[in-house]
Design a protein around this ligand. Sequence first.
Ligand code: ATP
Ligand code: MG
Length: 420
Amino acid sequence: MKKYQSVRGMRDILPNESKAFRSLEDKLISSASQYGFQEIKTPILEDTNLFIKSIGGGTDIVEKEMYSFIDSKNNSISMRPEGTASCARALIENGLNDTINKIWYSGPFFRHERPQKGRYRQFHQFGIEFIGVENFEADFEIISLANNMWRNLNINPTLTINSIGDSDDRKKYINVLVEYLKKYENSFNENEKNKLKLNPLRILDTKNIKTLEILEQAPKISEYISKESKTHFENLLRLLGDNNIEYIKEEKLVRGLDYYNRTVFEYIDDSDNTQNTICAGGRYDFLFENLCDKKLPALGFAIGIERLIEYTKYEEKDDRIKSFYIITLSEKDHLYSLNIANLIRNISKKFIVSSSYSYKNIKSQLKKADKLSSDYCVIIGQEESKNNTCQIKNMNSGDQKNIGIDAIEQYIRNEICFKE
Ligand code: ATP
Ligand code: MG
């Protein structure tokens, strides 16, 4: 019979990982909420033109990574490759762009890329968008929010930051950059040659050592950005410094999406993972204008959840969570064992209680409990149910005690020194 497999690049997130996933997401939500951000959920599918108009036609995403299809009414529809364009569309469409200015989102995104560690075709992002504030203080606020998130997760990724100026500055810079790079076109690979035509800034992103050497002498974007952009950037860097937020100024950081201007930044993990950008963002003061003819400055960032999990090797660290496995040796004691299960669940929400329904020999049931990594087994045999007791076995130490039903709560509280 045909064995079905998940589509290439799309993964199942199994309970082990999903636990880490949810707990990590909860922490990100908690930081975002403390900074006044509210949740938005937008559809997976959008009009393809929304992404072309906002992300830009010459970008990797639009050029080759989108899952697009024509629906039965001949409309071109795409599965969202990122969240910012959809958020802007939703705020404009619902007339909320003046009233709601801080939002977060979390969910799956889709890009048809070559799957590898840290790079999937369905992946998850947690993102925030801050709309309506032009001042550099807003840039500072979202970077402090990101730092607050890292603190909550006990990690310390490196902030790299740059200013790419406004679109006129960039046009000027692109002209001189292309002029310079054209001299070396012959040593470029096909991909870079293509970028030189479609999106020359992206060449700055290269990992190709030969090209990196060529870039050493290339004109620098900082020499082409306007006075206003420069002041904005310098003020931001000063504020970061005043608040002891470390950063690395990276002239070659340009980001791949057309809608960015002025501040762009990334957080890089210090592991040797090749896909080590865990968060990326920046300002996009012209996106709203582009979509609705109304100028509205904005900025935001998106975190790649899979990469963050990989980086933090995040595990549920709440050691108050304990799991109990109830082993009943005779079917007729089922009700009695259910009562004990509920009694334990009622002691604390941190207790996870599951029951074995096999009524087989105790050895195989203890093995099962071990496989499930249970912390405790509660064993109910004929004697125990007759005497209103149970055996509680600590699976770590092997200690086992007979406890009367009325003493279970006290025993568990003492035994594991449980405090809410
Ligand atoms: P990269 O240069 O790694 O392709 P990007 O510039 O395309 O990244 P963004 O569009 O800025 O990425 O997305 C923000 C974050 O989402 C990235 O920093 C990364 O953590 C995560 N991300 C992007 N694409 C993928 C993917 N295909 N699989 C897993 N995570 C991803
Ligand atoms: Mg990419």
